[in-house]
Ligand binder design. Structure first.
Ligand code: ATP
Ligand code: MG
Length: 587
């Protein structure tokens, strides 16, 4: 390939909205072009990287026994209605009709479609297990598409789905996929962590994410300094925290706290550690069929609500902020909310103060964080303006709903080894998930088992953000001049730069080296443009080919330069030596 003939529109300026190095360099290096918000064209260099990423993914998956298919990008809405996701998926699902009025959605993921395929053609346990995957377009009408390929609306995903006769076999495949994904990301030169992830309503420990470590990552991950425990903050667990702080011992009583509405002010007012305060977070939980309810989540004042955990705890599709009007309609007093009404309703607490008896029954669901189990000597809102309750003992209350709601904090103790937990940032490039029968059951996808009985497939699902990977690789491999591609996914492994194409000898030597390298199987580009030498070097650094052979003035002494993009080290070598060393490096 010749640079002079290729469409590589490198740019001096970055797009105005680009803040991440990967976004800046992919655009400036002429890899991608933005057509609309979150929608990109891949130009020749971008396509070459994409194909290399794809090829690595395919090679490792095929090696692990998976089979590649390609499903329609436009998917019938009917399937989505059957699985219940037509509604649940929300605004990210792009719905439309064809000319006959048939409803479709652009596939954001393909569980429904793949289950439909298996339903048609996989009928017996003898055909199991089976793992089918595709590397294909996805469309999600993301609320905030940004960071270039990192969060697009149209993007390329590898999505795989496995079908099994039982759970045990599905878990075996899940582990095989974890090992396979590790190989894939290692081959791409990525520094990553496999973390425990949110499993949504399905729960359990059946979900892991592959996180590329990068400060620019949108995900916070919790890692243990003592062992290899790592989890997405949405799922991270900790040992139950303890405190040395002095408990505010008191008899149950109402206390005048005028204008004190925050945990911070309350802690100051009572000279007490937030540990002994009950924080109330009110949310409106949204369910299927337009149902909703106000939920009060209670935690220690020293903790924060983890919204994904909270959403799972009540089985909601989404939690949104409740308005003041909604809170008041539910009988709550913003700034002074507490479980006190519950205390009265349960009536289990002797000596409950007889105040505002007239108040209607609270119309809310209450969920307590596990950290509040056994909580005594607590202070909480009295559900009355300017009043709190002191001396609250939760242990005397029966039938409270407890769940893991609190966000794990830096410094907390690891659930596994007790070591210290810390935060770090990551980019999610892969996600594997033990699905069970979540889709096979509603879609009626069954097989005949050994005993002749029809059973729903037990499934796993496995995703890789193929186009996002281009961005993730650059986030880990760049400097202030541009990208630095690892050889395995570089658009070209090397470029031969002719310093001055008007110099016949340089031009001829450049062509020869280029042909030699190509004949040796190196993926090589010849920069034969008439541009100034300095301009071509700048492009080399910006685009980030791993190596360059520069044919310049020293050619008259039989010497060329071998340049390493990573270190920017330049070495003058005889032509043969330069070729030999380059071959060693790219192999
Ligand atoms: P995220 O939390 O980043 O929105 P997700 O959990 O919704 O991702 P999955 O449904 O698990 O994504 O999809 C599998 C993989 O597809 C993700 O691990 C990620 O690498 C990639 N991916 C998801 N959304 C996008 C997007 N908008 N643009 C590019 N890649 C994406
Ligand atoms: Mg995910």
């Amino acid at each position: 390939m010749r640079f002079s003939k290729m469409l590589i529109p490198t740019l001096k300026e970055a797009p105005k909205d680009a803040v991440l190095p990967s976004h800046i360099y992919l655009v400036r290096g002429g890899f991608i072009y933005q057509v609309a918000s979150g929608i990109y064209d891949f130009l020749p260099l971008g396509k070459r990287v994409l194909d290399k990423v794809r090829a690595i993914v395919k090679e490792e998956l095929d090696d692990a026994g998976c089979q590649e298919v390609q499903l329609g990008f436009v998917t019938p809405a009917d399937l989505w209605k059957k699985s219940g996701r037509y509604e649940k998926y929300g605004a990210e699902l792009l719905r439309f009709e064809d000319r006959k009025g048939n409803e479709f959605v652009l596939g954001p993921t393909h569980e429904e479609m793949m289950v439909e395929l298996a339903k048609q053609f996989v009928n017996s346990y003898k055909q199991l297990p089976m793992n089918l995957y595709q590397i294909n377009l996805k469309f999600r009408d993301e609320a905030r598409p940004r960071f270039g390929l990192m969060r697009g609306r149209e993007f390329i995903m590898k999505d795989g789905y496995s079908f099994h006769a039982d759970r045990e076999d599905m878990v075996r495949e899940f582990e095989l996929m974890e090992a396979t994904y590790r190989k894939i990301f290692t081959r791409m030169g990525l520094d990553f962590r496999v973390v425990e992830a949110d499993s949504g309503a399905i729960g359990g420990e059946g979900s892991k994410e592959f996180m590329v470590l990068a400060d620019s990552g949108e995900d916070t991950i919790v890692v243990c300094e003592g062992c290899d425990y790592a989890a997405n903050i949405e799922a991270a667990k900790r040992r139950k925290p303890e405190t040395d702080a002095e408990a505010p011992e008191a008899d149950l009583n109402r206390f005048h706290t005028p204008g004190i509405t925050t945990i911070e002010d309350l802690a100051k007012f009572f000279y007490v550690d937030p540990w002994y305060l009950i924080k109330a977070v009110a949310k409106k939980a949204l369910y299927d069929e337009g149902k909703s309810e106000i939920v009060l989540f209670f935690l220690r004042g020293s903790d924060e609500l983890q919204e994904v955990k909270a959403t799972n705890a009540v089985g909601a599709n989404e939690l949104v902020d409740a308005t003041e009007e909604e809170l008041e309609a539910a009988g709550l007093v913003p700034g002074y909310m507490g479980p006190v009404e519950l205390i009265r309703n349960v009536g289990a607490l002797e000596g409950t103060p007889p105040f505002h008896e007239e108040k209607a029954h609270l119309n809310v669901r209450m969920v307590f964080d596990e950290g509040l189990k056994d909580a005594k000597n607590m202070i909480c809102g009295a559900n009355e303006k300017d009043y709190h309750l002191v001396g609250v003992d939760l242990t005397v209350l029966k039938d409270l709903e407890f769940a893991d709601l609190a966000q794990t904090q830096e410094g907390d103790a690891c659930i596994r080894c007790g070591g210290k937990l810390a935060y770090t940032k990551g980019i999610e490039v892969g996600h594997i998930f033990q699905l069970g029968t979540r889709y096979s059951e509603p879609l009626g996808a069954t097989f005949l088992d050994r005993d002749g009985k029809a059973k729903p497939f037990v499934m796993g699902t496995y995703g890789i953000g193929v186009s996002r990977l281009l961005a993730a690789v650059i986030e880990q491999h760049h400097d202030e001049r541009g990208s630095i591609w690892p050889v395995s996914v570089a658009p070209f492994e090397a470029v031969v730069i002719v310093g001055n194409v008007k110099d016949e000898a340089q031009k001829e030597a450049g062509e020869k080296i280029y042909e030699r390298l190509a004949a040796e199987g190196v993926d090589v580009l010849l920069d034969d443009r008439t541009e100034r030498f300095g301009f071509k070097m700048k492009d080399f650094e910006l685009i980030g080919f791993p190596y360059a052979v520069v044919v310049g003035k020293k050619l008259s002494d039989g010497l060329v330069e071998l340049v390493d993009r990573q270190s920017l080290e330049k070495r003058e070598l005889p032509i043969d030596e330069a070729v030999t060393q380059l071959l060693e490096k790219v192999r």
